[in-house]
Design a protein around this ligand. Structure first.
Ligand SMILES: N[C@@H](CCC(=O)N[C@@H](CS)C(=O)NCC(=O)O)C(=O)O
Length: 221
């Protein structure tokens, strides 16, 4: 059975799984599934009715972290998680930090309130956007900058799932045209440019950009 990833390309969690698969050179089929318009029976793929979901000949899985850790174990030839317990725990911590600390502001606030709510004709909360940019995100970016230091990558200076998870959240923020401040967080900005330059990101981001352009045309009409 061909691997199936269920979800929509603009979700940071779907992107995380797709980049993981691209980095490992694993083919898959992207089955479109959009939150709140999920096909009948989707609860069998993800009982939480969220994207992504994943299926292969052996398993059906929900949650990007669970899916990525499974892929890592199945295809350990191109490691994206370190093997030592300490470094692996750090990788998991930074992944969790991206998925649960950055996401409420980069994706659920900036991306959702700038692009998705106007798209579905719901009111944007501009105060919430300002609060995310001015109060909520700066300490998180400061923390990530302290963790990155002078390194290229977050864990053992080797590209890993932690880098993918962090970049995927920053990308949603930048998709919504809230760009990471290059002067204030220069190392984090340079890190994101390194991610953009990787083949795995380059294979999927142009398709996302096209979708973003369409959304922008629609909401600015
Ligand atoms: N922790 C989950 C989060 C998944 C998630 O929240 N996905 C969003 C789309 S970006 C979703 O499906 N939202 C719909 C909902 O929460 O009902 C993961 O890593 O897969």
């Amino acid at each position: 059975m061909t691997i199936q990833v269920h979800g929509a390309p603009l979700s940071p969690y779907v992107r995380k799984v797709r980049i993981m698969l691209a980095e490992k050179g694993i083919d898959y089929e992207l089955k479109m599934a959009v939150p709140y318009e999920l096909p009948e029976g989707y609860e069998k793929l993800n009982p939480l009715m969220r994207i992504p979901a994943y299926q292969d000949e052996e398993v059906t899985l929900a949650d990007s972290a669970v899916i990525c850790h499974y892929i890592e174990q199945k295809a350990s030839n191109t490691p994206l998680m370190p093997s030592s317990p300490a470094a692996r725990a750090r990788c998991e911590w930074l992944e969790k930090y991206a998925d649960y600390e950055l996401a409420p502001y980069t994706t659920a606030t900036l991306f959702r309130h700038t692009l998705i709510l106007p798209l579905i004709k719901q009111a944007t909360d501009h105060a919430l956007i300002e609060q995310a940019k001015k109060e909520k995100l700066p300490p998180l970016f400061n923390y990530l900058s302290s963790q990155l230091g002078d390194n290229n990558w977050f864990v053992e200076n080797t590209f890993s799932l932690a880098d993918i998870a962090i970049a995927c959240q920053l990308i949603n923020m930048e998709h919504a045209k809230h760009m990471l401040d290059e002067t204030r967080w220069s190392a984090l900005h340079a890190f994101l440019q390194r991610c953009y330059a990787r083949e795995s990101f380059k294979t999927i981001l142009p398709q996302e950009q096209k979708q973003i352009e369409k959304v922008l045309v629609y909401i600015n009409d």
